[in-house]
Design a protein around this ligand. Sequence first.
Ligand SMILES: CC(C)(COP(=O)(O)OP(=O)(O)OC[C@H]1O[C@@H](n2cnc3c(N)ncnc32)[C@H](O)[C@@H]1OP(=O)(O)O)[C@@H](O)C(=O)NCCC(=O)NCCS
Length: 197
Amino acid sequence: MIRLYEPADYDAVSAICTQTAEAGGDATGLYVSDELMPDAFVRPYVVYQPDLAFVVEDSEGVAGYIVGVEDTAAFTEWFRREWLPRAIAGRYEHTEPVVSKDDLIRHLAFWPERMLIAEVDEYPAHLHIDLLPRLQGAGWGRQLIETLADALRARGVPGLHLSMDAANTGARAFYDRLGFTELPSSTSEAPLLGLRL
Ligand SMILES: CC(C)(COP(=O)(O)OP(=O)(O)OC[C@H]1O[C@@H](n2cnc3c(N)ncnc32)[C@H](O)[C@@H]1OP(=O)(O)O)[C@@H](O)C(=O)NCCC(=O)NCCS
C-alpha cells in the first residue's frame, strides 16, 4: 500500500536509503557513517516537503519511498540556510580534494547549489526513489513515480528531474521505461533525466 509519509517513518526511510545507496545495493558500512546518505538524500526532503513524500508499506513495515521537492531552487536555498548547519556541518568534515567516494558524498552534502541545474525552470521538481529488494520489480516504483507526478501536476509544476549514479544500470532502465529522457546538461558520470508533466 502506498500512503503519505508520516514523521514516525523517519527511521525507516533513513534505513532504506542506506540499504539501497550503493548503485541500488546495500551501502551499510561503506561510508564514514551510515547516516551520511540519509542526511544528504532523504531526511532533508521529508523535513522540507513531507506532503510530497510517499512510502510503500507491506506486512513487515515500510520498505520503500519516493521523496520530492516542487521547487529545486527554493529547496537549495533552504538546504544551505537551514539544513547544512543543522544536520551536515556539525556532523561531517568537508575534506578536499575529493579522493574517495566518501569524500564525494560529503562534498555533495556541503554543496547544495549543485542542484541548480540549467534546466531547473523547465523541470523545477526533483525526486529520490528507493525500494528494498523485497518490493522491487513488482510495479511499486512505477506507482510511486505516478503518485508524485500526479501531486506535482495538481500544483501546476511543469517538469520533474533527477540526477543518478551512472553505475545504477537497473534504475536507468526503469527511468527509460517510464519515459524520462536525458537532459542537455547530463554528463556520463551523473546522468540527468527529466520528465515533462
Ligand atoms: C529502481 C527502482 C525504483 C524501480 O522500481 P521497481 O518497483 O523495481 O520497478 P517497477 O516494477 O515499477 O518497474 C517499472 C518498469 O520498469 C522496468 N524496470 C524496472 N527495473 C528494471 C531493470 N532493473 N531492468 C529493466 N527494466 C526495469 C520494469 O520492467 C517495468 O516495466 P513495465 O511496467 O513496462 O512492465 C527500484 O528497483 C529500486 O528502488 N532499486 C534500488 C534503489 C535504486 O536504485 N533507486 C534509484 C536510485 S537513482
